[in-house]
Design a protein around this ligand. Structure first.
Ligand code: GTP
Length: 319
């Protein structure tokens, strides 16, 4: 299979949390470790291989004013050419919202001139600091409306813009970054249809694929519990009063990464997970060289061994 290369720009004001996010997702840092990070000087480029067939070229652009001014002038043609996704990070606690928005506007303008159909993912970060005083997230709502307004004005409907509230301290970070990579995987439609087939074959309710190193969610089977798998909104499960957690898979990403780090520290290797409680059977194990799969069944006749057998038999289709 040929390799697809995608350029991702990571931008936003100094201190908003860009390098912290990159380090937590791609370099196994804990949120606490990020306190040691210094400011990024100019642009730090890194290449991350995904699933064997996708390489993400990540440009982490230091956010100090002098660097940003340079991106918008001397380096404009280099920085903004051939961009697949701009990930723009705002700090929800910033006290200079008008200035932040002005910079965002200038960057989106430069992006649209050079990479017209690039997607824009806006992450409004450090939500952990805002949530205590504003649990209903009113501030997030107004910030998001301002950002959408800027994009409509300068982007004129080109490309796509999505906003996510994030914090490096919880699973919201995985939710946002999973959404970024999900849209970049070349054969995602095929992976998702194989996954749905496997889920139905196992009489399961959920089947989810994670990337092995980052544990980002790559594909979801579109569980009947969810309806639309792209939004994962909370909703009532038919015949069951339980409300699903809309970030449940990203919670698993965070837990597994934390647990795997503990195992490494103790010289152990984490290889997977299986469990049976009440009528629920859960299997989380390697699917291919680059992926893990989670299958959940609530059917009383299904055994864990049968889920594992089907997963192993299906491996060829996902390679
Ligand atoms: P430049 O490299 O100067 O552009 O900054 P940056 O955007 O890369 O910021 P960086 O990742 O260095 O983060 C600055 C500080 O913010 C660090 O001390 C992080 O620990 C902290 N930080 C990042 N994300 C969060 C978050 O979600 N919540 C909280 N509370 N702190 C965060």
């Amino acid at each position: 299979m040929s390799t697809a290369r995608r350029k991702l720009l990571l931008m936003g004001k100094s201190g908003s949390g860009k390098t912290s996010m990159r380090s937590v997702i791609f370099s196994n840092y804990s949120a606490k470790d990020t306190k040691r990070l210094g400011a990024t000087i100019d642009v730090e480029q890194s290449a991350v291989r995904f699933l064997g067939s996708l390489v993400l070229n990540l440009w982490d652009c230091g956010g100090q004013n002098a660097f940003v001014d340079n991106y918008l002038t001397a380096q404009k043609d280099t920085i903004f050419a051939n961009v697949a996704v701009l990930i723009y990070v705002f700090d929800i606690t910033s006290t200079e919202w008008d200035v932040d928005l002005k910079y965002f506007e200038e960057i989106v303008t430069a992006l649209r001139e050079n990479s017209g159909d690039a997607r824009v993912w806006v992450l409004i970060n450090k939500m952990d600091l805002a949530d205590k005083e504003d649990p209903k997230r009113t501030k997030y709502g107004t910030r998001k409306a301002d950002i959408v307004g800027v994009d409509e004005r300068v982007g004129k409907g080109k490309g796509e813009l999505r906003c996510f509230p994030t914090s490096i301290w919880d699973e919201s970070l995985y939710k946002a970054w999973s959404s970024v990579v999900h849209t970049l995987i070349p054969n995602i439609g095929l992976i998702t249809s194989h996954l749905t087939f496997l889920r139905d074959l196992c009489l399961a309710v959920e089947a989810v694929v994670f990337e092995t190193d980052t544990f980002l969610v790559i594909a979801k089977s579109g569980s009947p519990l969810d309806g639309d798998s792209s939004t994962l909104d909370e909703r009532e499960v038919a015949g069951n009063a339980k409300v699903l957690d809309r970030q449940r898979f990203e919670k698993i990403s965070e837990i597994v990464k934390g647990f795997r780090k503990t195992c490494q520290r103790n010289g152990e290797q984490w290889v997977g997970f299986e469990s049976t409680f009440d009528e629920c059977k859960v299997v989380l194990e390697p699917l291919t060289k680059n992926t893990f799969i989670l299958v959940v069944s609530v059917d009383p006749i299904i055994e864990v061994g049968m889920l594992q057998y089907n997963i192993r038999e299906s491996q060829l289709h996902f390679s």
